[in-house]
Design a protein around this ligand. Structure first.
Ligand SMILES: Cc1cc2nc3c(=O)[nH]c(=O)nc-3n(C[C@H](O)[C@H](O)[C@H](O)COP(=O)(O)O)c2cc1C
Length: 167
């Protein structure tokens, strides 16, 4: 199976090997190629590879034992979001960017795991403090990345009961 969408699985064990700057750039390029409501692109990316910060960020959540050499935190920036009731589209924009990173990581032979932050208020506050974010910046996801040290089998998840053809 070569399709990285079907090959992608959550990887929670990583080798210590660092991820190169070139690969990080590919991940970010994929992230920023994601669709965005009205093309507002109210999403920023915090790339963490320093030992101390990795530890600090990891301690913000329930997934503290999942040690990875690279974390990308995907952050919605409300200052650039759509107005009024449309502002919450930032969540979908940030989710699309997160998913693109996971797919590109798979294509590059990296493992990845989407760890949710928003809407867990305590975790949002902790990550904000660790990254020096304002209250207009909301971390949506923390993506753990690195060379995999476990290899979950691809699964398609296809379930025809969830499909409803409407004519
Ligand atoms: C919004 C969201 C939040 C998630 N948060 C976590 C998390 O905190 N910790 C974790 O280990 N996995 C997390 N995951 C990964 C899911 O557990 C995983 O995608 C699911 O079990 C399906 O497995 P797969 O990714 O290998 O297909 C999250 C996934 C999503 C989409």
């Amino acid at each position: 199976m070569s399709n990285p969408i079907l090959k992608r699985r959550s990887v929670r064990k990583f080798k210590d090997t660092p991820v190169s700057r070139e690969m990080i750039d590919r991940l970010l390029e994929a992230a920023m190629a994601a669709p965005s409501a009205c093309n507002k692109r109210p999403v920023d990316f915090y790339v963490i590879s320093g030992e101390e910060k990795l530890h600090e960020i990891s301690m913000c959540g329930r997934f503290t034992r999942m040690k990875a050499p690279l974390i990308i935190v995907v952050v919605g920036n409300l200052k650039r979001a759509l107005p009024l009731e449309f502002s919450e589209y930032w969540i979908q924009d940030a989710s699309a960017a997160t998913q693109n990173i996971l797919i590109e990581a798979t294509a590059l032979g990296l493992g990845s795991c989407w760890c949710g932050i928003h809407p867990q208020k305590r975790m949002v506050e902790k990550v904000r403090a660790a990254l020096g974010l304002t209250d207009k910046e909301i971390p949506l996801s923390m993506i753990k990345l690195g060379y995999p040290d476990e290899f979950p089998q691809p699964h398609s998840g296809y379930d025809e009961k969830r499909v409803h053809f409407v004519e």
